[in-house]
Ligand binder design. Sequence first.
Ligand code: ZN
Length: 169
Amino acid sequence: MIRPILHYGAPALRQTARPVSAFTPDLSTLVTDMIETMHAAPGIGLAAPQVGEALRVVALDLSVGARPDDLLVLINPEWVSREGMQLEEESCLSLPGLTATVARPARVVVRGRDLKGETVEVSGDGLLARALQHEIDHLDGILFIDRLRGIQRQLLLRDWTRRQPRERS
Ligand code: ZN
């Protein structure tokens, strides 16, 4: 099921997500929904807080559904190492239409669990390293714009907010 993606301003995007403690059918459903939502958006990554679930779960797929081997689900991810530096443009499904150049480590190794609760370790560089850091940041309530300098962040956010359709309530 495709779930609505929360946008900047939603309090759920600013919470620290809690670790998954049980690998239940509900968790499988959440992951299936996240993958479907990410592919439909379309996007290369999605974190559970973006669909309103405060759990440490991320899904990534650099191929956006084109290559099944690219699909990656990480539960309770932890950094093993991060090194180097890369500067590239980044965007976020929770801030549609906003892109900015963000500094990130160039190479990362991350350890987490898969849907069966088994330990998995992923290493990546370039876009994969960037996407892993972006999604894992979401689990701590951090958005990519928080990685920008204050003035630049304010200007981009002001412009983005102005372009949003008014909420009806
Ligand atoms: Zn994002």
